[in-house]
Design a protein around this ligand. Structure first.
Ligand SMILES: *[C@@H]1O[C@H](CO)[C@@H](O)[C@H](O)[C@H]1NC(C)=O
Ligand SMILES: *[C@@H]1O[C@H](CO)[C@@H](O)[C@H](O)[C@H]1NC(C)=O
Ligand SMILES: *[C@@H]1O[C@H](CO)[C@@H](O)[C@H](O)[C@H]1NC(C)=O
Ligand SMILES: *[C@@H]1O[C@H](CO)[C@@H](O)[C@H](O)[C@H]1NC(C)=O
Length: 463
């Protein structure tokens, strides 16, 4: 009995010793990691094995995988790893289905970079760790472009994905004295104000952005200019509610786009769609806090704007300054047509449904009414339900004097006050369309049929 007892005690003691030893090792490792951070030896021979094995499918031994650490990246959160990323990109660009890998458990700091093509097809830029921008304007190299950080240029069939985080460190940019919220009178203090868009795709086609968390952008989070064929899936974008100009996803001159299963909360438009966009489908997106989903602004400086075939469905917008908005300047030409908003849930949203054809930034001069405007035509709102913030009417159609909005369809639109009572009835000016069911709150101001004075539509046609 006592012998067994003794053996048992001995056994327990040994287990405890082993445990204590392990704990110390973990602590030790932790400390040395921290020390490594402080001392910053960017020795290229630093080859610590990753603590967690990567997926077998993309183990670093695959010959088309270019792990940035093999190109000298330290991944310690403070060394400048830009050179290593550029080298890894160059190598991956040369092979078919090359992968630039930023592995997990490392934090890579890189400065503004243009990753340009053309590259062999199937290029993947995979961020499983953290990719970080310099902290604010002060830590940015003088020679860096002030208006962009990561740029992907002239690529075809490229994927940006991973399980990691892309961190923009935007706080100090938002607080620049020139930003709108910094001035008490609403007139920004003058001074250099450009802040970098975090990720910009330019003149590229067949792009996929998937899986990543993209946070705290100094300005727009992800921006597409002149692109064709874009798929965004399961991405999450986050910046605080009061961060200025931090649009989530912006499209300009871009067509054939799908944005799916994505969560966006930020300080400006959740998704904004500018001139020259067509064939965009947004499905399963959650926005808020934000400024909602916005088509525009269009027609600035008397320009022609063409936007067509945009569908937004199965989407939730919460705690936002606008829900679904179309904004155009006075004096533009062109048209925005073929918009379908379907099955959208609102929660405490101001201006749930809004068309503003008098959009203008500063209230003073330059905002005068003009004799032309972008033609808004063929817009349907179906199954739009939920609650609005009573400070503004939930439905607001302010169409141009000269160019009426035409063919607006309302069906199953039911919006209730989130708290309190509706102060103003829905507003319409020069808006024409049909209500297939009774709109709640009642929308008596929407005119039926077509406007009497048919405008000369040729200048509003887009091809
Ligand atoms: C990224 O895309 C590549 C190519 O499709 C795929 O092999 C890889 O598993 C993806 N990685 C993640 C984390 O989704
Ligand atoms: C409208 O866009 C969708 C993609 O969102 C596309 O599948 C469809 O073909 C487009 N329709 C037209 C008429 O171009
Ligand atoms: C422009 O026209 C609208 C609608 O007729 C009117 O409410 C507004 O006061 C006008 N604005 C200016 C600056 O004339
Ligand atoms: C509005 O819709 C009707 C019926 O679908 C169509 O006949 C008419 O051409 C449309 N008007 C415009 C300006 O597109």
């Amino acid at each position: 009995m006592s012998v067994i007892h003794g053996v048992f005690i001995l056994w327990i003691t040994m287990i405890l010793l082993v445990l204590v030893h392990n704990l110390e090792t973990v602590e030790g490792r932790h400390h040395s990691h921290k020390k490594g951070k402080k001392n910053q030896h960017p020795s290229p021979s630093y080859n610590a094995p990753p603590t967690v094995p990567s997926d077998p499918g993309n183990s670093p031994s695959d010959c088309n995988v270019f792990d940035v650490r093999s190109f000298g990246a330290a991944g310690d959160g403070c060394s400048d790893d830009t050179g290593a990323f550029r080298e890894a990109w160059r190598a991956a660009c040369e092979v078919e289905s090359g992968v630039v890998l930023a592995p997990q458990d490392y934090i890579f700091m890189i400065t503004s970079t243009i990753f340009s093509g053309p590259c062999k097809p199937g290029l993947v830029f995979q961020v499983d760790g953290t990719l970080m921008a310099p902290d604010g304007p002060e830590n940015r190299p003088e020679e860096d472009k002030r208006n962009q950080w990561l740029v992907f240029y002239k690529l075809d069939h490229m994927i940006l994905n991973g399980t990691g985080i892309i961190q923009g460190n935007g706080e100090q940019w938002w607080d620049l004295p020139c930003k709108p919220h910094r001035s008490p009178e609403g007139e920004p203090v003058s001074g250099p104000c450009d802040s970098p868009a975090m990720i910009r795709f330019f003149m590229s086609s067949n792009l996929v952005v998937a899986g990543l968390k993209i946070q705290n952008s100094p300005q727009f989070h992800v921006k597409f200019d002149g692109c064709e064929g874009v798929l965004i899936n399961e991405v999450s974008l986050y910046s605080p509610k009061l961060s200025p100009n931090t649009d989530g996803i912006h499209l300009g001159n871009t067509r054939d786009v799908g944005i799916y299963n994505t969560i966006i909360s930020n300080g400006d438009d959740c998704i904004s769609i500018g001139p020259g966009c067509s064939n965009v489908e947004i499905d399963g997106v959650t926005c808020g806090p934000s400024h909602g989903i916005s088509i525009g602004s269009l027609g600035v400086h008397n320009s022609q704007a063409c936007v067509s075939n945009i569908t937004v469905m199965n989407t939730k917008i919460r705690e936002s300054d606008n829900g679904i908005r179309i904004k155009t300047w006075q004096g533009g030409t062109g048209s925005v047509t073929g918009l379908r908003f379907e099955k959208i849930e609102m929660e405490n949203v101001r201006n749930c449904i809004i068309i503003d054809q008098y959009y203008c930034l500063s209230k003073g001069q330059g905002c005068l009414n003009q004799t032309s405007g972008v033609h808004v035509n063929d817009v349907s709102y179906r199954n739009i339900k939920g609650t609005y913030d009573v400070r503004t009417p939930p439905i607001h159609f302010a169409c141009s004097d000269t160019v009426a909005c035409t063919n607006i369809t309302m069906s199953d639109v039911e919006l209730m006050p989130h708290e309190g009572h509706l102060l103003d009835d829905p507003f319409c000016w020069n808006a024409y369309g049909v209500q297939e069911t009774m709109t709640i709150p009642p929308l008596d101001c929407l005119r039926q049929g077509q406007p009497d004075t048919l405008i000369e539509l040729s200048q509003y046609e887009c091809n």
